[in-house]
Design a protein around this ligand. Structure first.
Ligand code: ADP
Ligand code: MG
Length: 249
């Protein structure tokens, strides 16, 4: 079995607060049922820590378990065994309602496809997400405008998805994930649908946001070129973390 030491990318923010890692996976194993009595082991004894204000790149071949790791960290899938701690709370022990609340309050999720509603403007995409959280649009609007500014979309708030480029749509997606002021940002192949130049600017934006907002970010990427922009890299192979290392500044 593969066992790796655990790395933690620490940022000045994390060090100042002398805090524990924002996100910790301890000996996480995830098996999906397969056939009558069989199973597929998507994650095997995975240990990973991520500190506030740092980006960890998650790399590895297709099928190695990267998306499964994000799904577990996002509280969308419960691991077969192991602990998942967000701000010190083990989410695997929570009841459904508590887990949903924790996901809403602490976790931002950004997938490859922005998944925007075609008929809504950029700012409305953020407001509808807040509405689903129980927040009134009028109250949420100032923050929505601010988050669109943060991602470089000031002036484009009234555009609908078809009036935005692929990179701009991904920026709306990022702004939406920031609305709830998450502790953890989970990002799955954010640049898969983008050209090279736009991919670089999206990764740089994610790194900037991570530092400015002090979130712990895990970013799955197949684009190893952008890994040096991040703070640490974790490599997955056959469901296990085969290598974890910090990236020299
Ligand atoms: P990656 O994101 O690195 O491509 P995944 O986490 O998607 O890898 O998949 C890891 C393994 O788990 C693969 O063998 C995949 O087929 C399997 N898997 C992923 N999701 C499911 C699921 N919902 N049900 C059954 N098997 C799954
Ligand atoms: Mg995947």
């Amino acid at each position: 079995m593969n066992s790796t030491s655990t790395i933690t990318a620490t940022s000045p923010i994390a060090r100042n607060q002398d805090s524990e890692p924002t996100l910790q996976l301890n000996n996480v194993t995830l098996q999906y049922p397969d056939g009558e009595n069989g199973h597929i082991t998507a994650l095997e004894e995975v240990n990973l820590q991520a500190a506030a204000g740092t980006v960890t790149s998650l790399v590895g071949p297709s099928g190695s378990g990267k998306s499964s790791l994000l799904a577990v960290a996002a509280t969308l899938v419960k691991p077969t065994h192991g602990e998942v701690l967000v701000d010190g709370v083990d989410i695997t022990t929570l009841r459904d309602a508590e887990r949903t609340a924790l996901r809403r309050d602490k976790i931002g999720i950004i997938f490859q496809q922005p998944n925007l509603l075609p008929s809504l403007t950029a700012v409305e995409q953020l407001l509808i997400a807040e509405h689903l959280r129980g927040n009134k649009p009028r109250k949420a609007k100032p923050r929505a405008m601010e988050m669109l500014d943060v991602v470089g979309l000031a002036g484009s708030e009234s555009r609908r998805p078809h009036q935005l480029s692929g990179g701009q749509r991904q920026r709306v997606n990022i702004a939406r994930a920031l609305m709830g002021d998450p502790s953890v940002l989970l990002v799955d192949e954010p640049t898969a649908a983008l050209d090279h130049e736009r991919s670089g600017s999206i990764v740089r934006l994610l790194c900037q946001i991570t530092r400015d907002f002090g979130v712990a970010t895990i970013m799955v990427t197949h684009d190893t070129e952008f890994v040096p922009l991040t703070d640490a890299v974790a490599t997955m192979r056959d469901g296990a973390l085969s290598e974890s290392r910090l990236i020299a500044a």
